[in-house]
Write a protein that binds this ligand. Sequence first.
Ligand code: NAD
Length: 387
Amino acid sequence: MRSLGIGVIGMGWMGHTHSRAYRQLQDRFNEIGIVPHLICCADAIEERAKEGMIRHGFNSFTTDWNELLQNKQISAVSITTPNDHHQNIICAASSAKKHILCEKPVGKTPSQTVVIQDAIKKNGVLSFVGFNYRWAPMIQYAKQLIDQGQLGEITHFRSRYFEGYARSPDEPISWRFDESVSGTGVLNDMLSHTTDLAHFLVGSIKMVISNRKTWIKTRPVASSETPSTNSPSQQQVTNEDYVGGLMKFSNDARGSFEACRIITGPQQELKVEINGTKGAIIWDFERMNELQVYLNPEREPIRQGYTRLFSNPEYPFHKHFNPGQGTGLGYEDLKTIEVSRFLSSVAEGKQAKPGIQEALEVASVHAAVAKSWESEQWEEVRPIEGK
Ligand SMILES: NC(=O)c1ccc[n+]([C@@H]2O[C@H](COP(=O)([O-])OP(=O)(O)OC[C@H]3O[C@@H](n4cnc5c(N)ncnc54)[C@H](O)[C@@H]3O)[C@@H](O)[C@H]2O)c1
């Protein structure tokens, strides 16, 4: 067993999730031969950094991520801050020769993603990205069916990512609604996952046309953040609540996409539907342990319609969590699988997917999506330039 020192930067939702995933690694994926040691966690807010240390058993905490990066015991870092810090932290982490697991969308903007890729390449470190929905056992199985040709030639892809976390106008403003911190709104926050799934399952995207909308234009400032009565009680929302559009894939499949954070009804409906000339699949994160499959209509003309499969230990990764048929995995298990793939790549010294290259491919599509908001035309997906 090889010991590997870990640092986590940004102890909010994702910082805790990554820390728990590292803590589970030896138990769930013992065969990788790595024992992660939680050396240091960082957060700009001291009490969050200290709480992270106590909850997860890090050796130390700091409010200065630079200090964490200078720690020679640390070989790999998770970057789980809001998007505006990713570029600076990744550039410094790669100079300090740390391997990097960064949360999506990696660069706050597409051009920042190019700068990040340059730094990673120059310093020869390994990168990995938090596109965790790839790791759902039933998505992995869908990928196997597609790669084996069981769906035939892929003709259609539809994705939607509908959440209601911001549906109430009383939901306080946070960094997610601030273009200067988050970059785009649901495009960075939510569509990055489904664009990655489109690439993973179908292939590269060559053209897009898109539109966006912001319904809730101001939001209240949380009362804890308004110490003086002169502070404004409402702040402007500076990025989009909704993105929708169409796409054409390089293999000539046609697709559509939507993402929304204020919708009523769905709670966490991250859904992909793929149709080919011989079959089709439907997967929805709200039922992440199920896959609807429709195969070979010619062979069984009477049995038309989808069959619902339940995850079981035969499907990729399931048995790492339990030996039960239909005994489902949860969201955080996807993060444990993600960390296992990252550390497995570190153990082998080989770049794995999804790394910075896959993040850049998503960013290139999103640059074309954003261009289409202005032009109201179809836009070609092109390589992006760094700043
Ligand atoms: N893969 C997923 O499913 C998923 C889900 C949620 C968030 N995310 C991504 O994870 C990242 C973090 O999101 P979150 O929801 O955990 O945010 P969060 O607001 O819950 O946590 C962010 C933390 O970073 C800290 N921070 C801010 N600036 C810092 C700095 N300079 N140094 C150190 N710490 C700093 C904040 O104090 C906060 O504790 C974002 O990039 C987001 O897009 C991914």
